[in-house]
Write a protein that binds this ligand. Structure first.
Ligand SMILES: [Zn+2]
Length: 417
């Protein structure tokens, strides 16, 4: 009899799963939509990557006011987070890569600190609707209070310069993840997109110290933007699970910024999480468009660092990008593309290793998920494809929070020993 019990259990399970799927299949489109919106409301929704601090440092930019995304280009403010039922977000203090000398590093540090201060100031100015979050549990506590949780990250380790003590300084300011590198190499690591190619063969010797220091303090190590060697070095070295705060699957869309199946599997072994991003070029392959590409390249070639621009120059630049997009439109990326990537990562790495990091205000935003007010459309597509509430909960925040807890637990254990 003993041997039959697991069999009977399995049979019951199969029948009940079968029924659930059948029920879902019988729902009309409108009923699926309603179910998705209910799920979206119930689960904790976390977006791990927004470059909104670039906006926050603009004089007069008010996060408590709803901005028109088409007119202003802005993708995130508190009213739109509420509309989209986005419970938590990591605002990344992003500093573009520049000259790697003492002057460059101190300018980068000053700008990074300015952005962090602007995040903290914004949360305290708007404490009736948002709260600064430092620990994984804070997101749930703030959600219970009906407030959005605001976490801080840093995109690009450049403001660390070559001074390890800066890592702890940023931790003390509330930073809970650091993207080691951006679109060019820095003193820490190699980028996936540096035009000169790799320089350190992944992590530099200093970069190894930075990862260890992040482990010690309880800061999540973010490998997005790094080249493949950086990923392999980091996943091997880090004592705590790592994240890719905004990256997609390379075998679905062949882009250097995306992760190969081998990397996805290692991410699963590591216990980490890949946060899917809403950047069109990482979501679908567009046919080449010479006119568009050269117009974009010309604009970028003449561009000053954003931090050094006047308000007028910034507005003019945004308008110029919009004009090019209008004149030479690229085929849109859609929510279906996003969930194709999710399906693939789930297949290769498992449901416990995928999440969402939209990259709003940093180029993210697609048809159907143009800004923070539309993120529920991802949940609608997930429900349509048969994902359960339990699975959606993991994708939308459960997985990231698990990693965050493990990163903190490692730091705590380490501190006691
Ligand atoms: Zn980025």
């Amino acid at each position: 009899m003993k041997n039959y019990i697991p069999f009977l259990f399995l049979l019951t399970l199969l029948i009940s799963v079968g029924c659930e799927e059948q029920e879902k299949a019988e729902l009309t489109e409108e009923e699926q939509r309603e179910l998705a919106l209910e799920i979206h409301k119930r689960v904790l929704t976390v977006d791990t990557h927004a470059d909104t601090p670039l906006r926050m440092i603009e004089p007069g930019f008010d996060m408590s006011v709803r901005h028109d995304p088409k007119e202003t280009g802005s993708k995130v403010d508190y009213p739109r987070m509420k509309e989209g039922d986005l419970d938590a977000i990591f605002f990344a203090a992003f500093v573009a890569q520049d000259i790697r000398d003492d002057d460059g590093h101190s300018r980068a540090k000053a700008l990074c600190l300015q952005m962090i201060d602007s995040i903290v100031a914004s949360t305290s100015r708007n404490s009736d609707i948002v709260g600064l979050a430092l620990n994984p549990e804070d997101a749930y506590a703030l959600e219970d209070e009906g407030k959005r949780a605001i976490y801080i990250g840093i995109e690009n380790g450049y403001p660390i310069g070559n001074d390890l003590s800066n890592v702890e300084l940023y931790y003390n300011k509330g930073v809970r993840y650091i993207t080691l590198v951006h679109s060019s190499n820095n003193d820490i690591a190699d980028s996936a997109t540096d035009s000169e190619g790799p320089e350190h063969g992944g992590l530099s010797t200093f970069g190894e110290e930075v990862v260890k220091e992040m482990n010690r303090l309880g800061i999540m190590v973010d490998v997005s933007h790094g080249n493949d060697s950086l990923f392999y070095d980091t996943v091997k070295l880090s004592k705590a699970p790592i994240i890719a705060s905004h990256s997609n699957a390379r075998s679905v869309t062949d882009h250097r910024r995306n992760m190969t199946d081998e990397m996805l599997k290692l991410m699963a072994d590591n216990g980490g999480v890949v946060q899917l991003t809403m950047l069109a070029d990482y979501l679908r392959e567009a046919p080449p468009n010479v006119e568009r590409d050269s117009a974009m390249a010309a604009l970028r070639a003449n561009m000053k660092p954003i931090g050094e621009m006047t308000d007028e120059e910034r507005d003019a630049l945004r308008q110029a990008f919009r004009d090019i997009n209008e004149k030479y439109p690229a085929p849109p990326a859609t929510v279906e593309h996003v969930v194709d990537h999710i399906d693939h990562i789930v297949k290769v790495a498992g449901i416990d290793h995928v999440g969402i990091g939209c990259d709003f205000d940093g180029g993210g935003g697609i048809q159907g998920v143009f800004d923070a007010s539309e993120v529920m459309n991802i949940t609608i597509e997930l429900v349509k494809r048969g994902y359960s509430e339990e699975q959606i909960e993991k994708i939308w925040g459960g997985n990231l929070i698990r990693v965050f807890k493990e990163v903190q637990a490692y730091a705590k254990e380490n501190a006691q020993s």
